[in-house]
Design a binder for this molecule. Structure first.
Ligand SMILES: *[C@@H]1O[C@H](CO)[C@@H](O)[C@H](O)[C@H]1NC(C)=O
Ligand SMILES: *[C@@H]1O[C@H](CO)[C@@H](O)[C@H](O)[C@H]1NC(C)=O
Ligand SMILES: *[C@@H]1O[C@H](CO)[C@@H](O)[C@H](O)[C@H]1NC(C)=O
Length: 461
């Protein structure tokens, strides 16, 4: 019975036990699964078809079709992996629900890729008729597979759990806390940042699971002609250091992991692995990161490959003195956290004279960069897992559980108002978020989470 996905549906109400007594002595029990089992073979055959499709195409040059096809292939492999993971999990509850969510997301992405592929193929007349037919067939197959979640068994179960939790929280709040203060209206053109939805994209990087720590995103102030580019920095040495930034020409190429261009920071700047810690950002075609073995802001000019820097105030933390954390866990080499928003680049750090509480400084773009205005907050850095900036407001997250990171804190640089009562939840796909940053250009949040790159939509009101 566990040979297929059917275990997910083992919730008693989907299995019917028919018993029947024959001849007064022998009893026959018949176990019927009332839900169709997930057709793994079908997924298999679509994957095989996708593989053949890729092989049959001339991959001499990296046509968009190839990229999409490769993407499709990888997504299908990932989907298959997720399905088999789901099959192995017995508890059928929470982890099953998470896995199913992952599968839902993967299906959505596969379908999106299929859609793109079809559009592209329509414009590529040189493709054979048969390839187009195959793709069409695959699309139909995938749509059928998608229908499998129509019963929404697990998602309903998950919903119930969520409602129960909300109810408990609600009751707790009724007893415990007065109404949170009404949010002040802000001068932010798109309105106030109120929520996070998604993930919108979720993928392993080209490195697979080799590098657990890193950062990715899109330059909010791109160089001309580089508007569609995405950057990726993985800590390729000891989970702590890196010495190059990787660029991809588009979202699909970074998700698929093809055609990267690496820009290496020379080992004379000042050592082989000059980038330390995951909280890197790219802004104005330059990479901002924590300098090796020094409490300083480093800026790597991507076009000239030169480095300039500016020191943080004396005694500021570096080398794991004041990292982010939760409970007894710390996030290594997160003494400095860089952020981008509508107004530019920011750095979050702390020092003993602020008791390990977060200090926020503007990073001015001049040459060399310098620190601008500085604010001292009451947020103890160790109680946050990450920070980011939106419209001049600093936000901090904390670890709630394996599936949820909570934005709980904000500091408004304009009014100096601090709040600890935000309850904006971020749905995680992996346990830890190593870096989190907001891009004011596409108004999305980019996270690097245990080897995976994930993006979310910021919601404004
Ligand atoms: C369409 O896909 C199914 C499996 O999903 C396969 O059996 C069938 O042969 C395919 N048809 C064509 C024309 O490729
Ligand atoms: C925030 O977004 C989540 C996910 O879409 C949604 O479930 C929730 O209701 C939203 N919260 C608010 C306050 O809008
Ligand atoms: C990078 O160097 C170029 C050439 O000197 C310069 O025009 C550009 O402003 C520099 N970028 C940054 C962010 O300093």
């Amino acid at each position: 019975m566990k040979s297929s996905l059917s275990f997910v549906w083992t919730a008693a109400f989907f299995l019917a036990l028919f018993s029947q007594c024959v001849s007064g002595k022998d009893c026959v029990c018949e176990l019927k699964n009332l839900v169709r089992p997930f057709p793994v073979e079908k997924l298999d055959s679509i994957r095989t078809a996708a593989n053949q499709c890729v092989k049959s195409m001339n991959a001499a040059e990296l046509l968009e079709v190839d990229v999409l096809m490769l993407g499709l292939q990888r997504r299908l492999e990932q989907l298959e992996k997720s399905v088999s993971v789901l099959e192995k999990e017995d508890d059928g509850d929470l982890y099953g629900a998470v896995s199913l969510r992952i599968i839902e997301l993967e299906l959505a992405e596969v379908l999106e890729l299929m859609g793109k592929l079809q559009k592209t193929i329509n414009s590529h007349k040189q493709l054979s008729e048969s390839t187009a037919t195959k793709v069409k067939n695959m699309t139909e197959g995938m749509q059928e597979l998608e229908a499998f979640d129509l019963s929404h068994v697990v998602s309903k179960q998950r919903e119930n759990q969520r409602i129960k939790r909300d109810l408990a929280e609600c009751q707790h709040e009724l007893q415990a806390t007065p109404q949170p203060p009404a949010p002040r209206p802000r001068r932010c053109p798109q309105g106030q940042f109120v929520n996070v939805t998604g993930p919108r994209t979720y993928a392993l990087t080209q490195y697979g699971t080799s590098y657990y720590y890193g950062a990715w995103g899109k330059d909010p102030k791109p160089a001309p002609g580089k508007e569609d580019m995405y950057w990726l920095v993985a800590l390729t040495s000891s989970n702590a250091f890196a010495n190059y930034v990787r660029h991809y020409s588009s979202l699909s190429t970074i998700l698929v992991g093809v055609g990267p261009v690496d820009t290496v920071i020379s080992s004379s700047n000042p050592t082989t692995n000059t980038i330390i810690g995951p909280n890197v950002v790219q802004y104005g075609n330059a990479l901002y990161y924590s300098c090796y073995n020094s409490p300083s802001v480093c800026r790597f000019n991507i076009s000239t490959r030169s480095i300039s820097n500016t020191p943080l105030p004396q005694n500021s933390g570096f080398n794991n003195k004041f990292p982010f954390g939760y409970l007894d866990t710390t996030y290594i080499y997160t003494d400095l956290d860089f952020a981008t928003d509508e107004s530019g680049v920011w750095v979050v750090y702390t020092a003993p004279d602020n008791f390990g509480n977060v200090i926020l400084s503007e990073v001015k773009e001049g040459s060399p960069p310098s620190l601008g205005r500085t604010w001292r907050t009451s947020l103890h850095k160790r109680t946050a897992t990450n920070t980011f900036m939106v419209c001049g407001v600093l936000y901090a997250t904390r670890f709630l559980d394996k599936q949820t990171e909570e934005i709980f804190y904000s500091f408004d640089t304009e009014t100096r108002e601090e709040r600890y009562d935000l309850k904006i939840h971020i749905k995680k796909m992996q346990t830890n978020i190593q870096s989190l940053n907001y891009n004011p250009r596409d108004r999305m949040l980019y996270a690097y989470s245990d080897s995976y790159i994930v993006s979310y939509d910021a919601v404004f009101q």
